[in-house]
Ligand binder design. Sequence first.
Ligand SMILES: [Zn+2]
Length: 180
Amino acid sequence: MGNKRPTCISCKKPLTVWGKTPYGKKRYGCNTCRITRVYRRQRIKTDFFSLFRQYVLWGHTYEQLADQSGYTPQYLQSKFQLFFSQKPPELPLLDLSNQTEIFLLLDGLWLKRGFILMAYRQSKNLTILHISVVGREAASKIAKDLKHLLFLGYRFTGVVSDGGTGIVKAVGEVFPHKPH
Ligand SMILES: [Zn+2]
């Protein structure tokens, strides 16, 4: 992207960089007129989802993303709130009724900032039954997912997981008598 050097609105001379705004945007000033100006780079539509991915997957901070996008951390936070409130799509129901021994496999993929992508699969052909993103209070959210699987009609002989703290607690609550 070609950055045109901003010019003074008064004398039309090229401006020089005079530090940064609190949100990391470059502030320019005219050495002759002492007028400052925050230069707005022209940009194509901001992809907030891409910024959100950087936040959750790569652990970028709001400050870094604000610097990159030109939006304030507060504005980005309000945009991300929309993504946080969205649920992954419900997966098609599988007919497992003719299967005799099915184990529920719990996998947690650790994202940044304490978020875990939970995948619930069945042991027969490893098809994913349910997916969710778990943040704080992982145990209660996982327990909710497990109850949801029961509600959908899935039944399991036992549960297999890597034994993360939240997982053990949730399985103990929802499947107290199943081997885990
Ligand atoms: Zn000037």
